[in-house]
Design a protein around this ligand. Structure first.
Ligand code: ADP
Ligand code: MG
Length: 750
């Protein structure tokens, strides 16, 4: 039966017509992308058009000044946005927020209100549509079912969602031509503790802005107009990797459905070794689905830009143009949601798990990160001569220092049961956090450290051009091209890529919010440290001299040297070398979790006002709980599938062999051999399942969460790994017709 279902799904998939979606039209022709970009977003511009001028100015002032919005202003904004949204079919509104589950949450309320009129004739009820300022500003969902890490007990269930005015509202299509108004929000408890991912990200953005402005003011001469910068943003461009597979086949894999990854499966003879999928032509169904995703995202104001095949078969990537971090995080979460939804319409299933297939490349969420002034100037732009660019050098050194001091914290920020399959496996960034700078910047830092002139190591290129150095391609008809100041290093977890850093260790499934919050916090703290060092160096003088600046730079260049590594991060030599350098190698999540409580990190987070002590404890608890739950679910799913799907199939196979042996008697040598082969595998598997069952029971009896985390390997994961190899052996012996689930070759190549 399963076999027939598999064959039918494969046939269906090949015969399925491609779903066509029309690009928005104007005057009978296609609209340009820029013309419908953000058409579902209630932008500040739209708001300005719809509000009386003084009220709009009041709104902007109150928003910037972080003041409580007065009733008149908030009511006016609420009215304007309701009319705008209802004209687009909105019947409901929702405060859209990011609990610590990795995804988003929403509760819909309709605009419908009943107005009662009491008169001498009796009681009359009139239906009206209404939306007040206070409804816009905050809502009070029951918070008791969201993770809080024990910060509050269930009877103190109050939580508040509060409109994050920095992120614009938008409408999203619902069923039957209706739509819903989305109000991006933060989520806090009755006591004001952060229960979500966004509050802490916004706090960390403020911390970095404050510190960075202080540094800029200190190193710029007073006549420098750049000292007028009033806000620094962290910018973020998130490359999202994912798999897209046939939905019907997916439906036949219980492991994928429950755990997000395949718990069994043999590698097909051809998978990714030819590297022929990377940047190849996208399959038509996939391109059709991704194009529809893009159409929706463009309307939602998500600036999607890049799409391409990734290294593994059926693996793809989408990336937007970078934005202010908190908006970029919102937009990444929206991208994931829209991908999920639209894939469904195309009979595809998107997999965001970091490692859905053993032996095949996993997926990450590469976070391209930089700092920008409110004038849009990139503070990590090395310009033509980074060696003379104080501003660039100080920010660079601050980041080196942040990563050096808080590498353990950054490692913690990407720790999860699912990302463990990727980090440290021989493909993705390793668990050792280090920084790649490239030859040119390394030489810049070395020359400062050694107090000598800089050497240009590319002898053929004397001329440095904007954006890099010139390369002569030696074909006269082609123009000279520009070489970036840094080459690429795909193995580094934290790489400088021209004018930004790329934090590659982040998992594809997780929200970028937490890792970026930790990065922002570490950099903010490091900038402050450098500011203090500069002030000390300056002493009572009015201005910093060049020598003062060099002294401080040199100190930090030397101090942070161990964190710089340009070689192959996957090699064994690096593991040894990193140990000599004293770098942490936190191979898995249980080893990484406690970093959050380490005083060096925890104190930094508290001092900068990013987390309170109880918030740190609660985060830590939530991470541990999630880890344990994920692995328990995997173990129970594994046991269930082996006992109810795999072993029965093995028995059936053995029965059919036994019947033939009975029938053929002495002529049944080949069948006997096949039977002999399965016997030890089945016996071993049966025993392993008995042990797994016992282990799960024992595991559940462990009361202390930290102890549970530490015991996952001996009780759960190592046994699953061993048992999996036995199942995979069976997959290669049992006839295709009997095998109870779609195989890797079918999942990856259909
Ligand atoms: P790659 O070649 O590394 O795969 P992509 O083009 O896929 O690069 O993605 C690079 C990402 O980096 C894009 O999202 C881009 O907008 C982003 N990016 C570029 N400049 C900056 C910057 N200054 N700050 C943050 N992100 C940036
Ligand atoms: Mg890319």
């Amino acid at each position: 039966m399963e076999y027939q279902a598999r064959i039918n799904s494969i046939k269906n998939s090949y015969n399925r017509p491609v779903r066509e979606v029309q690009i928005p039209q104007k005057n009978g022709g296609p609209m340009y992308t820029s013309e419908f970009f953000g058409s579902d977003v209630f932008s500040f511009k739209t708001l300005e058009k719809r509000l009386p001028k003084p009220i709009y100015q009041c709104f902007i002032k109150q928003m910037r000044g972080r003041k409580v919005m007065d009733k008149n202003t908030s009511d006016s904004v609420a009215h304007a946005v309701r009319i705008w949204a209802m004209d687009r079919g909105a019947t409901h509104f929702t405060h859209w927020f990011q609990p610590q589950t990795g995804s988003t949450a929403e509760k819909h309320d309709s605009f419908l209100t009943l107005k009662s009129n009491f008169s001498s004739q009796g009681h009359e009820i009139t239906p009206i549509d209404a939306f007040s300022g206070s409804q816009l500003l905050q809502a009070e969902p029951d918070a008791s079912s969201f993770p809080s890490g024990g910060m509050r007990t269930t009877f103190e269930a109050r939580g508040y969602t509060v409109w994050d005015t920095t992120s614009p509202m938008f409408v999203r299509a619902g069923p039957h031509g209706t739509s819903v108004l989305y109000i991006p929000s933060i989520f806090i408890s009755y006591n004001g503790d952060a229960l979500d991912e966004k509050t802490v990200l916004l706090r960390s953005s403020e911390a970095i802005s404050k510190a960075a402005i202080e540094l800029l003011e200190l190193i710029n001469s007073p006549t420098d107009e750049k000292s007028a910068v009033s806000h620094i943003y962290t910018t973020l461009g998130i490359e999202q990797e994912f798999f897209l597979i046939d939905r019907e086949l997916y439906g036949l894999r219980r492991d994928l459905k429950i755990t997000g990854r395949t718990l069994f499966g043999c590698l097909p003879p051809k998978h990714q070794q030819l590297e022929d999928h990377y940047f190849g032509k996208m399959p038509t169904h996939v391109l059709s689905a991704i194009s529809e995703v893009e159409l929706e995202l463009i309307k939602l104001g998500v600036p999607v830009k890049t799409r391409h095949n990734e290294v593994a078969p059926a693996q793809f990537e989408m990336a937007p143009i970078f934005e202010n971090s908190s908006i970029a995080v919102d937009h990444n979460l929206l991208t994931m949601e829209v991908l999920h939804k639209v894939a469904h319409r195309h009979k595809l299933k998107v997999l965001f798990h970091e490692k859905p297939f053993k032996g095949i490349n996993g997926s990450g969420k590469h976070c391209n990160w930089s700092l920008s002034t409110d004038y849009g100037e990139n503070l990590l732009d090395p310009t033509n001569s980074p060696e003379k660019n104080d501003r660039f050098l100080f920010f660079l050194v601050a980041i080196l220092n942040a990563v050096h001091v808080h590498a353990g914290l950054l490692r913690l920020g990407v720790a999860s049961a699912s990302n463990d399959h990727r980090l440290g496996a021989n493909e993705a960034p390793p668990a050792i956090i280090s920084i790649f700078l490239g030859k040119h910047l390394t030489e810049v830092l070395d020359s400062i450290e050694e107090d000598r002139t800089i050497q240009y190591f590319l002898p053929h290129v004397e001329r440095i051009k904007v954006g890099g150095t010139a390369i002569d391609v030696k074909i006269s008809s082609l123009p000279e091209i520009l070489r970036d100041l840094t080459d690429r290093n795909r193995t580094s977890p934290f790489a400088f890529t021209g004018n930004k850093f790329e934090f590659r260790a982040v998992g594809s499934k997780q929200s970028s919010s937490f890792p970026i919050t930790l990065l922002n916090a570490a950099v903010a703290s490091s900038i402050q440290e450098i500011v203090e060092a500069l002030k000390k160096q300056k002493g009572n003088n009015d201005l910093l001299t060049d020598e003062d600046k060099l002294t401080v730079l040199r100190h930090y260049i030397k101090k942070t040297k161990p964190i710089r590594f340009d070689g192959d991060n996957y090699s064994n030599e690096w593991v040894k070398e990193a140990k000599v350098r004293g770098l942490l190698n936190l191979k898995n999540s249980p080893a990484a979790f406690s970093q959050l409580l380490e005083p060096i990190h925890a104190n930094m987070l508290m001092k900068n006002g990013i987390f309170s002590e109880s918030e740190i404890r609660s985060r830590h608890n939530i991470l541990l709980e999630k880890y344990v739950k994920d692995l328990l679910i995997e173990a129970e799913t594994f046991e269930n599938i082996v006992n109810t799907q795999i072993l029965p199939v093995a028995f059936e196979f053995r029965k059919s062999l036994a019947e033939v042996i009975n029938l053929l008697g002495s002529m049944s040598a080949p069948e006997s051999r096949a039977l002999e082969k399965t016997t030890p595998i089945v016996e071993k598997l049966q025993k392993l399942m008995d042990t797994l069952k016992e282990n799960i029971e024992k595991f559940l009896k462990i009361e202390n969460l930290t102890e549970q985390v530490a015991s996952t390997k001996i009780y759960l994961t190592s046994i699953i790994e061993t048992a999996r190899t036995e199942v995979d052996k069976l997959e290669e012996i049992v006839p295709d017709k009997l095998w109870p689930m779609p195989k890797y070759s079918e999942l990856l190549f259909t």
